[in-house]
Design a protein. Structure first.
Length: 74
């Protein structure tokens, strides 16, 4: 399930829109907090080919399946 769009809301909280149209509000602190500092969250982008969420110029990324699963469980 590829990520189509996102918006950072507050801190580690993001709003995601997936390719199936589902919209999820997700706190990524537990998923990326050890790898991405709060000040680095503004580096978030979507890899257009893979549909994954990347931080820090791709040095930290979240596979779209993992992100979708986390958004449904978190």
């Amino acid at each position: 399930m590829k990520l189509k769009h996102f918006k950072q809301q507050d801190g580690y909280k993001f709003k995601f829109i997936f390719e199936n149209g589902e919209i999820k509000d997700v706190d990524l602190k537990n998923l990326v907090g050890d790898y991405v500092r709060l000040a680095e969250l503004n580096t978030a982008r979507i890899d257009s080919e893979w549909g994954c969420l990347e931080f820090k110029n791709g040095s930290v990324d979240i596979d779209p399946k993992t992100l979708y699963r986390f958004s449904n469980n978190g």
